[in-house]
Ligand binder design. Structure first.
Ligand code: NAP
Length: 327
């Protein structure tokens, strides 16, 4: 039976998520309903993407019995309230990154999901790309020896995107894009808690984080050096240096289609689409959707690849970075 997805909000990433779902077999994935704050927007979204039901409130989606899981594609300041509402209605939830605005909110969502016995996952789609799967398998096989240094960067000029800049919309480079570099380091170091977090950076005029370089230090002389900026482009690569070799991910490190292991490159192809996408490589959201389906089929309440403990760890690191930047 197909996994029936309810789409919460009719924004840009929701568009791409539904397009990605529609690259998968229809007997496995169906976008069944969409809800927006405004019925007209929801209806237009539903018509453009062939979704059978449209609702003008998120509550109606929460009450719809014909949904297996809600995808929350709304901006992050509203994640907490929306995810709590869906959980309290007994719905499984895949919530866009960052899961919430701070550590306390993330903890609250995790306890609510556990209390109501529903599946919850933070939508770090990168983790499910074939390149990331290959990296995990290489690390498990000890293919590059002991990992000593991880470097990753995400920089783009996003100063004209209100959601990324404005404080009340959840703005700031750390929450929006730095999180990708932090989750990358955390995956490579197997969800281990760093022994220290050091951050230097700049605030934008309105007080949100414009740029930051974060050093995560781990016991045994290991570290991650991570840079994010919403003011300029960066090469957007990642590198893992081990005692016996080097793994490189060329741009975009968060949605990669190429992997270089000790100088040898392998290319990967994303599912094709003819439909409009708002972001680069977005049909790669299909890997995450299929992973969630597999978790639900197994009756899991969290993902073994993007666990709730790790969402909590990432939120605690980002909070510490914000404190050190003066936020
Ligand atoms: N995985 C990825 O590659 C990726 C890429 C981009 C963004 N994201 C994440 O996805 C989320 C949404 O990003 P986006 O670029 O899709 O954003 P967006 O298009 O600007 O907005 C998404 C939706 O947020 C909803 N929303 C709810 N309350 C709102 C409020 N008070 N003000 C404005 N909008 C409100 C709106 O829903 P209605 O339609 O109901 O009005 C809007 O359509 C963010 O958390 C972001 O970090 C992930």
């Amino acid at each position: 039976m197909a996994t029936r997805w309810g789409i919460c909000s009719a924004g840009r990433i929701s568009n791409d998520f539904v397009v990605a779902l529609q690259t998968l077999p229809a007997q496995d994935h169906q976008a069944t309903a969409v809800a927006a704050r405004d019925l007209k927007r929801a209806t237009e979204f539903a018509q453009s993407l062939n979704i059978p039901k449209a609702f003008g409130t998120y509550e109606e989606l929460a009450k719809d019995p014909d949904i297996d899981i809600i995808y929350v594609g709304a901006i992050h300041p509203v994640h907490r309230d929306l995810v709590l509402m869906f959980i309290k209605h007994g719905k499984n939830v895949l919530c866009e990154k960052p899961m919430a605005m701070n550590l306390a909110e993330v903890k609250e969502l995790i306890s609510a999901a556990k209390e109501h016995n529903v599946f919850l996952m933070e939508a770090f789609w990168s983790r499910f790309f074939p390149v990331y799967e290959k990296i995990r398998s290489l690390l498990q096989q000890n293919a590059i020896g002991e990992v000593k240094i991880v470097r990753a960067e995400f920089g783009a000029n996003l100063l004209s995107v209100p959601r990324v800049v404005e404080q009340e919309l959840g703005g700031g480079a750390v929450l929006d894009i730095g999180c990708y570099t932090i989750q990358f380091a955390s995956m490579v170091f197997n969800g281990e808690k760093p022994e220290s977090v050091t951050a230097k950076g700049f605030l934008h005029d309105n007080g949100v984080a414009e740029a930051a370089t974060v050093i995560l230090q781990y016991p045994g002389n290991r570290q991650a050096i991570l840079t994010c900026t919403m003011a300029t482009e960066l090469p957007n690569q990642a590198v893992i240096s081990g005692t016996k070799g080097i793994i490189q991910i060329p741009s975009y490190m968060w949605s990669p289609t190429s992997l270089i292991v000790n100088g040898k490159e392998t290319k990967y192809t994303l599912p094709p689409t003819t439909k409009h996408l708002c972001f680069n490589n977005s049909t790669g959201l299909s890997y995450e959707a299929e992973h969630v389906r597999q978790c639900l089929l197994k009756g899991l309440k969290e993902s073994p690849i993007m666990s709730l403990a790790e969402s909590e760890l990432l939120a605690s690191i980002m909070q510490e970075v914000h404190i050190q930047l003066g936020i």
